[in-house]
Design a protein around this ligand. Structure first.
Ligand SMILES: [Zn+2]
Length: 274
């Protein structure tokens, strides 16, 4: 039934309802969607970017969920829960050090660099990521909330000691202050997010004009609420993902594709028109 509209005719079919653009009928090409995303950014003062594993998958990092995910249920229980750590801290540290090694050898991809470019383009900007791999920082992002922690952060299992370390350990490290075991400062299954991170991300979402959601299936609550918060206030939601997700239903524009290919194009158009 759909009628394929071209160029100007398509543009006339896009009507503005307040801050949201509703597309009336027609099939939009990927290039048209990219242009529309760029126009939304050009009309944005306060930008939030929300990323997940899909951004890093293109840097060659395995994702830990989904059909190509590395973990089976047994491994998740063992490697990413407080109980698993108590049972076998050496195995957990071996796993995290293996991942540290991957990250230290890896590089951000063009998607990471495009997001860093957006931070430089917006005074009022926040990146919230579910990734622990540090690649957004390597790419140049500084206004960042790492909702699930960082693979190079460590904290004591007994006292308040925390540190940054890029060491690859052969034995589980101990706290220099109290001698107890150190653990990776990441959020494991069954653990709550850090309330300070939640407050920073959620309060920013409450006032963001636009949220750009990249490479996340957006099914892990509470983080998946961020696009909903922006949408509920009439803000725009731009989604870039290989597959459709629950966010697609509320997205102002949803683009299927690799973030490393789509994001640089969006940013290029945005910079050309802003
Ligand atoms: Zn300690």
């Amino acid at each position: 039934m759909g009628v394929c509209l071209q160029g100007g005719e398509f543009a006339r079919k896009v009507k503005k309802f307040g801050k949201s653009e509703i597309v009336v009928g027609g099939m939009e090409t990927q290039d048209e969607k990219i242009l529309r995303a760029a126009r939304i950014l050009a009309d944005t003062q306060t930008l939030m970017v929300f990323t997940g594993a899909g951004v890093s998958a293109e840097s060659g990092f395995p994702t830990f969920r989904g059909k190509d995910g590395l973990w089976d249920q047994y491994e998740i229980q063992k490697m990413a829960t407080p109980e698993g750590f108590v049972q076998d801290p050496a195995a957990v540290w071996e796993w995290y050090c293996w991942r540290r090694g991957l990250v230290l050898e890896g590089k951000p991809n063009p998607g990471h660099y495009a997001i860093a470019e957006l931070e430089r383009s917006f005074e009022d900007f926040l990146l919230a990521t579910q990734n622990v791999d540090n690649l957004h920082r390597v790419a140049g992002n500084e206004k960042i909330v790492e909702l699930h922690g960082n693979i190079f952060a460590e904290k004591c299992t007994r006292c308040d000691f925390r540190r940054w370390s890029e060491e690859i350990y052969t034995e589980p490290p101990h706290c220099p202050k109290c001698g107890a075991l150190l653990r990776p400062d990441v959020v494991w299954f069954g653990e709550p997010l850090d309330p300070k991170d939640v407050e920073r991300a959620w309060s920013f979402a409450e006032r963001a004009d636009t949220i750009l959601v990249v490479g996340t299936s957006a099914v892990v609550y509470p983080a998946a609420q961020l696009p909903e918060i922006v949408h509920a206030r009439g803000g725009r939601v731009i989604e870039v993902n290989l597959d459709s997700t629950p966010v697609t239903l509320i997205a102002t524009v949803s683009i299927r594709g690799k973030s490393g290919e789509i994001l640089p194009k969006i940013v290029e158009h945005f910079k050309a028109i802003s």
